[in-house]
Design a protein around this ligand. Structure first.
Ligand code: ZN
Length: 118
């Protein structure tokens, strides 16, 4: 049996000189790959498997850029959803006054009330 290892790319940080920077990644970087952070710091990717004893500081510029990008993305998705929800502007088909609650599936008989006999 095998299991899929899932890595949230949005949670990946590049720590340079004790500061954790944000990246925009399409895939997990390779060891030694040149990376550029949101605030334009460049560094080569290196993976450490040892637990860290010091919590890196957060890069404020990266945090601000990431937040503004997420806000813009949310606004874009909201505008897209509102566009989908808008009426089409086309008139309803003639004679369509009632929309059935469920699609017809042949000649199915609706549930009937049963009389109890005892
Ligand atoms: Zn940064």
């Amino acid at each position: 049996m095998s299991g899929l290892v899932y890595v949230d790319l949005d949670a990946v940080r590049l720590v340079v000189d004790g500061v954790a920077h944000r990246l925009r990644l399409a895939r997990m970087p390779l060891n030694g790959e040149r990376l550029v952070t949101l605030c334009r710091v460049e560094a080569l990717a290196a993976f450490g498997w040892e637990p860290v004893n010091v919590v890196p500081a957060t890069c404020g510029v990266c945090a601000e850029l990431h937040a503004s990008h997420r806000t813009a993305e949310s606004a874009r998705l909201r505008a897209c959803a509102e566009r989908v929800a808008e009426p089409t502007g086309y008139p309803a088909p003639a004679g369509l006054t009632h929309v059935p609650d469920q699609p017809s599936r042949g000649l199915r008989r609706p549930p009937q009330r049963r009389e109890l006999t005892s």
